[in-house]
Design a protein around this ligand. Structure first.
Ligand SMILES: Nc1ncnc2c1ncn2[C@@H]1O[C@H](COP(=O)(O)OP(=O)(O)O)[C@@H](O)[C@H]1O
Ligand SMILES: [Mg+2]
Length: 309
């Protein structure tokens, strides 16, 4: 018999994010208990979580150390199992079993260490090396990057002039976004889209393995931005934001052999989209931007400017 699973406080708090979150969190203990029973897994450690998934260390009946990952049902993670299945553990965590209807996966257990504690430039080199492993021809089931960028570009074109984002940058991102949508090279490669320091864990088979893809059929040049905006305090503390961002950017593109202009244009587009979503979140909540959102928008603008001259 498996004991009831306790959902960590940090994940339970996400119930504030809306009724679909609250409903899923309500179901989660029973859902997890069912999965443990159905897959004959025993709990083997404290539950972990990220933003939208519960991750429980478990063992199979044969004693293999794995984790059970149960994700909030959403579009972004719908194809996570397909990507992991396609990669077959080549540069990524191995998928052992999946139940797409319950957004559940049994994964090879990796170590706790991620790329947070490495020198950021070294982490960028490691991640650049992983790009070439995961950037394979896209599976036909995946949504296209351009279908999203088309939608976000339209939203961006309607951003109120009062939004605290320089107009020139908004116009640049709209124009670049339209060019990318029209460009056949913007689709066709399976990309991760959320590949940052915490989504690479130490392994036994290989030193570092990728976890947590939000796969789409896209362009490898879309990938670097999260390596620039994460671990931001260090960039600020270094006293030279422009240099700190550019060092990471050039390390990534040089080590991965990406085209500099194309990678830079995607960084600009992604950072302005991030700013747009902060404005939209506040609008949806019927309030002005809070301090965190203002700081985040300022950071997005700083990254977009730093990669340009
Ligand atoms: N295969 C794994 N082995 C060990 N720990 C894992 C594994 N997958 C995820 N984790 C842990 O759970 C956390 C959340 O998992 P992740 O897949 O990144 O989900 P989220 O989408 O919520 O970020 C990770 O940051 C990591 O600490
Ligand atoms: Mg994660």
């Amino acid at each position: 018999m498996t004991a009831a699973v306790e959902v960590p406080e940090g994940l339970r708090e996400q119930a504030e994010l809306g009724p679909n979150w609250a409903a899923w969190l309500e179901r989660l203990p029973a859902l997890t208990t069912d999965l443990l029973a159905d897959w004959q897994l025993s709990v083997d450690g404290e539950p972990m979580h990220g933003f939208c998934a519960l991750v429980i260390p478990v063992r199979t009946p044969a004693g293999r150390a794995c984790v059970l990952k149960v994700h909030l049902p959403d579009e972004e993670s719908e194809h996570e199992h397909l990507a992991l299945q396609r990669w077959h553990g080549n540069g990524t965590v191995q998928l052992l079993r999946a139940d797409p209807h319950r957004f559940a996966m049994l994964l090879e257990r990796l170590h706790e260490d991620d790329l947070e504690d490495l020198w950021d430039v070294e982490a960028c080199e490691i991640v650049a090396g992983l790009y070439s492993r995961i950037h394979v021809p896209a599976l036909p089931q995946l949504r296209t990057l351009t279908s999203y960028v088309d939608r976000w570009t339209t939203a961006l074109a309607g951003l109120p002039r009062s939004a605290p984002v320089p107009r020139r940058l908004v116009e640049q991102a709209v124009s670049l976004g339209r060019d990318f949508v029209a460009d056949p090279a913007s689709v066709g490669t399976m990309i991760h889209t959320d590949l940052h320091y915490e989504n690479v864990l130490a392994g036994d088979r290989e030193p570092w393995l990728v976890i947590d893809p939000k796969p789409v059929s896209g362009d490898p040049h879309y990938e670097p931005a999260p390596m620039l905006w994460n671990r931001w305090d260090e960039i600020v503390d270094s006293g030279n934001v422009r240099e700190g961002v550019r060092r990471r950017f050039h390390t990534l593109i040089d080590a991965a052999g990406l085209d500099e202009d194309r990678a830079r244009d995607w960084v600009v587009v992604r950072m302005v989209h991030n700013a747009l979503w902060a404005v939209e979140d506040a609008e949806r909540a019927g309030r002005g931007l809070d301090a965190d959102e203002r700081d985040w928008i300022t950071q997005c603008i700083a990254v977009a400017k730093a990669v340009q001259d």
